[in-house]
Design a protein around this ligand. Structure first.
Ligand code: HEM
Length: 231
């Protein structure tokens, strides 16, 4: 392939990685919002975890969300495969290792994207086995009844999982790596899409920093509050 062809295909991959990544970030905000409802205590009108269990069932059964779910999993797979290909291509095309070890023009976050990405991938496999597949395919969650209707008690499953300190630490460590990954990913996605006008770039950088803090801190609240029985 001609040099310009390789450059072109690498640009296309960056484009696809960026689009899939931005889509995944928007999923994370929705997922975080729904998961935080597991912390809502019981009130006069609702039992504890009722709002979460109802939202989780809506997400599981709604036909529009089911299509979204297919797009979501496709987004993850495309993002991971293209990211790996791009990384291997970068390794192969790098002429020499830097003379001074540990020195690079790039930020530490950007240097470790492939590593933080792999940690998130491992987290995701364990997470899906523990929650998603249990809820969907195996009888992993108990039933609970609201207004005469049966629901999967995913809220109770989350509470039960986060009684285990090792599990809590593993989750929080994974959220930390997710934050590192997002910190570079968000601004880099805009750059790949060519939306890096100098006028807006400081704003996008700030947005990227805020996102990389809100997402991990927001998710961390859940295991911490449950483990220490704050609600
Ligand atoms: C405390 C943190 C988290 C909790 C309690 C949690 C809980 C759950 C539960 C109960 C499910 C199955 C039911 C459902 O679909 O809503 C699920 C699915 C899923 N989770 Fe999480 N999650 C957490 C963090 C994360 C993070 C950080 C990611 C991504 C890096 C993630 C990715 C997913 C995906 C891809 C699915 C399947 C798609 C879906 O149906 O929504 N989760 N999670």
């Amino acid at each position: 392939m001609a040099k310009s062809g390789i450059y072109q295909s690498s640009l296309t991959k960056k484009y696809v990685i960026a689009l899939a990544g931005l889509f995944l970030i928007s999923f994370l905000f929705v997922h975080l919002g729904i998961n935080l409802t597991v912390l809502i205590p019981e009130s006069q009108d609702t039992e504890a975890k009722e709002i979460f269990n109802k939202a989780a069932r809506f997400m599981m059964l709604n036909p529009v969300i089911k299509v979204f779910e297919i797009v979501l999993f496709a987004g993850f797979i495309i993002h991971i495969i293209y990211g790996l290909i791009l990384q291997i291509h970068n390794w192969m095309s790098r002429p020499k290792r830097y003379k001074v070890e540990g020195w690079s023009h790039t930020s530490p976050f950007s240097k470790f994207m492939i590593h933080t990405g792999m940690i998130i991938f491992i987290f995701l496999i364990i997470h899906l086995v523990d929650f998603y597949f249990k809820a969907k395919f195996f009888e992993g969650a108990e039933s609970v009844w609201y207004d005469g209707e049966e629901y999967h008690d995913l809220g109770a499953l989350i509470i039960q999982k986060f009684q285990n300190l090792g599990f809590v630490i593993f989750y929080i460590a994974s959220f930390l790596f997710l934050g590192f990954h997002l910190h570079h990913a968000f601004q880099s996605a805009f750059q790949s899409l060519g939306l890096n006008h100098p006028k807006y770039f400081p704003f996008l950088k700030a947005l990227s920093l805020i996102t990389s803090i809100i997402i991990p801190v927001g998710f961390t609240i859940i295991p911490v509050f449950i483990y220490f029985q704050i609600v």
